[in-house]
Design a protein around this ligand. Sequence first.
Ligand code: ADP
Ligand code: MG
Length: 256
Amino acid sequence: MAGLQIDRIEKSFGDTRVLRGISLDIADGEFVSLVGPSGCGKSTLLRIIAGLEHQSAGHIRIGGRDVSGIRAAERNLSMVFQSYALYPHLSVGDNIAVPLRMRRLNAMQRLPLLGRYWPGARAANVDINQAVSRAARTLEIDALLARKPGQLSGGQRQRVALGRALVREPAAFLLDEPLSNLDAKLRVQTRSEIAQLHRRLGATFVYVTHDQVEAMTMSSRIAVMMRGEILQCAAPETIYDDPDDIRVAEFIGSPR
Ligand code: ADP
Ligand code: MG
């Protein structure tokens, strides 16, 4: 059970209330989009789920476990950013391997005396290489493993970022506007690839976008956010045909 429970999350930066009591239950394997205008708090909420930011109040539960005291690296979630955030000096393969190498490093640091002579080190390297190849095959970037990010197109870079998310076999994927740096054609293509990836993995996806069309085509449910609140969370058809709130209707109906 790797569902996510967002329970009355509040967040203020100084005097500015950015999240005003957000609650949302996301079932294991669900694809939920968070949509809303720029500045409404989508990224902040995602960062709090990921453990990159601390909430002012409320709880996040992953698979039923409260993760308040648990560091980002140990939450078993993968976050994908709009900016890709790849290491320019590392090859594609090494970029994808980063989370696994970090995990191994963390494990070794907990065994400081054993660390250097850890007999599992060589085996772990083989495992890491296999996991990287698997992720690369899934995303059809296995021919690019030796390249540097600078030698890739935007769409390929975003796939490498997805590969790096995939390789950890996370309980859930958190994607923050992953397509917004791509041109329109590539956006449509990558969108359907992400939807396919979700179907294939059956993992939980939380997908942030300000693009309601994107959300409509991919999600099992859409949460419409405005000024730090969720106005409505429902299936795309319901949001479209039966909005709870005039602000939902206006946001969904507005051209981009
Ligand atoms: P969205 O992703 O929906 O565009 P954000 O979550 O990035 O919105 O931001 C929500 C609000 O919180 C914005 O007004 C933004 O300026 C503010 N904010 C975000 N991060 C910080 C921060 N670290 N310090 C101060 N204000 C912040
Ligand atoms: Mg944002």
